[in-house]
Design a protein around this ligand. Structure first.
Ligand code: DC
Length: 258
């Protein structure tokens, strides 16, 4: 299998940005595994009724079918059966899906919706369900084992990538930053009118859930390099991470080819 760089860490610690930049730099494929959890949070919210119409009227998503169509799942489901157990229902859906379907579906949901706080909170709730985790773990592994010839390996960021998904990853990085700094960074990406307190409380709630869940909680051990970005610019963190990766993977993989 081609090398895997695992980047875990707190929400808004900069792991997504760093993972993307490292992937470009080393010519690796990048997967933001949180987006898979967020996608299923969107499905669950849409199943709960009028969520997208009332919350994101401009999203182009008016009903569950808009999401499910892109997963090629419409027709298999009893969408109107409001009495069904939504978690079991989602798990059944997940079992049918390939990593390719998920990547395609992700493209059809506006970034603003996928990255929204409400979807993030719901994602951290479904992320506690062991069956959801084990299916998504399988799909994330599938991503790394099927990267195209144009890539030398993969960079995967998330919460349990180096602990559960790829315990033998070639390089494991745990990223963090002070809570206030993370909230401030997140606020910069939020629509006008959002307050620092709202963002801060939201982060706190998600951190708490990520740390305390029974299955695959957010954690790290001595196999990781800890990177605290509190006092660093993006450029400084990136330079540090390039060094860390260069020291962890074989020179033939770390030579930059573009
Ligand atoms: O990284 P993010 O904010 O997009 O992740 C959203 C939620 O998904 C996060 O609160 C926890 C969950 N998640 C997870 O449990 N395991 C992962 N590998 C990635 C995300």
């Amino acid at each position: 299998m081609k090398p895997v760089i695992a980047i875990d860490g707190h929400g808004c610690s900069g792991k997504g940005t760093m993972a993307r930049l490292l992937a470009q730099h080393f010519c690796f494929a990048h997967l933001d595994s949180g987006s898979f959890y967020r996608l299923f949070a969107c499905l669950k919210l849409a199943m709960a009724g009028d969520f997208f119409n009332s919350t994101y009227p401009d999203s182009g998503i008016s009903k569950i079918e808009d999401i499910s169509n892109c997963l090629n799942l419409f027709g298999q489901c009893q969408w109107d059966d409001k009495s069904c157990d939504k978690n079991n229902f989602l798990i059944e859906l997940l079992e049918e899906i390939s990593v390719h379907d998920l990547l395609q579906a992700k493209e059809t949901i506006p970034t603003g919706v996928l990255r929204s706080d409400i979807v993030g909170i719901e994602a951290s709730i479904i992320a506690k369900i062991p069956e959801v985790r084990s299916i998504l773990t399988k799909l994330i592994r599938e991503f790394a084992t099927s990267v195209g010839d144009e890539y030398k390996g993969s960079v995967v960021d998330g919460r349990d990538i180096g602990t559960v998904v790829f315990p033998d990853a070639n390089c494991k990085i745990f990223m963090t930053a002070d809570q206030e700094i993370r909230a401030q960074r997140r606020l910069n990406d939020m629509p006008a009118g959002t307050t620092l307190k709202e963002v801060y409380d939201n982060l706190l709630e998600r951190d708490d859930r990520d740390f305390s869940r029974k299955v695959a909680p957010l954690t790290f051990d001595s196999s990781y390099v800890l990177v605290d970005t509190t006092r660093e610019t993006v450029e400084e963190s990136f330079a540090r991470l390039v060094d860390i990766v260069n020291n962890s993977i074989a020179p033939s993989y770390s030579q930059v080819s573009r």
